[in-house]
Design a protein around this ligand. Sequence first.
Ligand code: FE
Length: 592
Amino acid sequence: MAKYRCTVCNWVYDDVKQKVKFEDLPKEWVCPICGAPKSAFVLLTEEKTGKEAASEEKAENTVSDVLINQIAAWGVRYVFGIPGTSTLGVIDAIRKTNGKVRYIQVRHEETAAFMASAYGKLTGHISAVLGISGPGATNLVTGLYDAQLDHAPVLALTGLVPRKLIGKGAIQEIDQQAFFEPLSVYNKTLMTEDQTTSLVTLAIKHALLDQGVAHIGIPNDVQKLPYETEILPFEGRMPNMAYGQEEWVIEKAAKVVDEANRPVIVIGFGARGQGTKLLKLADKLGAPIIATFRGKGIVDEMDSRYMGGHGGVGSTAASQIMEKTDLLIAVGLSFSDLSQIPQKRMVQIDINPLMIARRYPAEVALLGNSAVLIPKLTEKVAEKNRADYVAEAAKLKAAWLEQLQAEADPKAKPIRPPYIMKVLNEKVADDAVISLDVGENCWWFGRNFFMKRTQKMVMSGTLATMGFGLPGALAAALACPERQIVCVTGDGGLTMVLGDFLTALKYNLPVKVFVINNKRLGMIMQEQKVEGYEGWQTELHDFSFADFATNAGGLGIKVTEPAELEAAVEKALKSDKPTIVDIDTDPRRFAT
Ligand code: FE
């Protein structure tokens, strides 16, 4: 018997109460509270079969046992980390759950934090990291900052020196309370046993609702204190987040939309999962759709109503449409400098009040869940026939597609990145999860890869940190075990986290890593060129990632000839092993 959480409205489906196992519900079943699809649900708790339950140790419980059982009851399935001196109590409590909470041992804490961040972005649910005091905590920081800035829920647990040593300069002691303050939405130290369940449930609540990192430091001696208490259930402790704005505000927004001549719908990560609803709005208005990078794939990118991305990694179709628009209907975007969204009249939808008018004023702001507000706005706006505008947009889009097609030279050597993107586009599964790194690989993927709505992408959006790609893919393999997992990375980013390819092997996570190997920090080389600097310190030592993968026990494929690329990609995607396809690539952004 199991319970599942709707990640849109927080309603809990209980197998026993509903009398039908969640797994047996039809694919088209939707949340009875908010209408979210079955795929928006995550496993919260699972009751063990008699045999498994009997094997559970009956030893006296400690604070660590209560803490781990509490996070398990709130749906934490994974803890990522490296065991160490100041976390032994918590590690043993995870061991005692017999897999109810899975511990994933990585090679560097940065990978653990990237994995938890990626897991949050992909599922809308929370997982945990566990690091020791001092170096374990400091190594977590880049991945945690990534989660915090991209609004991904993560529970960060760290060990601390025993209470009696705090502040005395003990080995591996740093001021963790101060250290985690700027990168968390909740930051506390567990000082006594009777705080355990309340503190840890509040931490998860803050991470999910305030969208970021919740940190709890647990002194070594507190972890081992004997303690028994009731576990707090998830039900009744979370608000229904499927809320919208009052009717009169929506009517006011619709009036502004009705007055516009060339409206554009601009979408970001906050519109995820709303592709079908957005297309209905687009059709009623005769309005094209533009996305930020993190909004990529929400709408099928081959759709003629979709203009592409906007900004640094955008399409000409999107910028041409944007130039002449007189109204933005902005849904779930943060207005980062990278997306370069200009100031226009604007109707804005966002669930986070602080995202409203973050850069430019909004004429009408609709505060609430985009899943609720998109259909409400669609209902209120007047239907428009804008055949000319629709045709103009479709023509611009077709010209953009043609340009990208022409860029994808199948014969050029070294292999051109647009050709790599074209081949991946053709071969990758319709429901693949794609994890991106940062650099030229990411630039080319954003610009030249056309995602399907059924695919998912995860990336480091705001921190834009190199090294995210492989850990993101590892997390995707755990979050979506039934899907094909693809990582698009570069030689610079992959080297930062290469040791954790061994984690893929240890846990048999069949990630397919495609290295756009230009033997450079390619994006920085490009910037040096554009800014008139000498190309310097951007060349990287040439190294065979394929040999590394093979030696580690995975599948490694080196591609130097363009004619070999298709077969190599096919072979990798068919393999059930963790795989690295190392593709020798032209470092130049444009061949001419
Ligand atoms: Fe729901």
